[in-house]
Design a protein around this ligand. Sequence first.
Ligand SMILES: [Zn+2]
Length: 161
Amino acid sequence: MSKNVYAPWREEYLLAPKQKRETGCLFCRVLREKRDKQNLVLCRGKLTFIMMNRYPYTSGHLMVAPIKHVGSIEKLDETTWFEMTCEARRAVAALKKAFHPHGINLGMNLGRPSGAGVPGHLHIHLVPRWSGDTSFMPVIGGVRVVSVSLDTTYRTLKPLF
Ligand SMILES: [Zn+2]
C-alpha cells in the first residue's frame, strides 16, 4: 500500500535541526510582521485570520486562528469563536472552489500530546482530502503527498478570500 512519496516542505521541517525551528508563537510573529504573502496569510479578519500551513499534510492545508494569543478553547470569547467557525466555513468553500477536494478534515489539536505544533495559540486546521491520497510514509509519521507548490496554492486561493 505505501508508495514512495515526496513532501519536500514537511521534510524540511522534520529534518531541520531543533534550534532552527520556530521559537515563540508562529501566529503572533506572522501577525506582527505584516508580510502576508511571504508568511502565506490569506486574509485578516476583525478577530481572526487565515493562513496556509508551510508544512502541509496535503495541498491547501489551511489554518484559521484568532488574532489574540489564546491557548485554551474554553477561555476564548464567544465572538471570536464564532468568527473562527465562520471563517473556517468560508475556507471550506474556497478550498472546494479552488481544488475540488473529495473531502476536508476540519479540526483542532488541543495541547501538545494531541499533535498541536503551536499549543499556545488555538487554530482550526483544514486539510483537503482526495480519494486515493491515503498512501503515506509510515517511517516518518505525518509525511504525506503534496502535489501543488505553496506558491501556486497561495496564488490560487488568495483571490477567493
Ligand atoms: Zn500567539
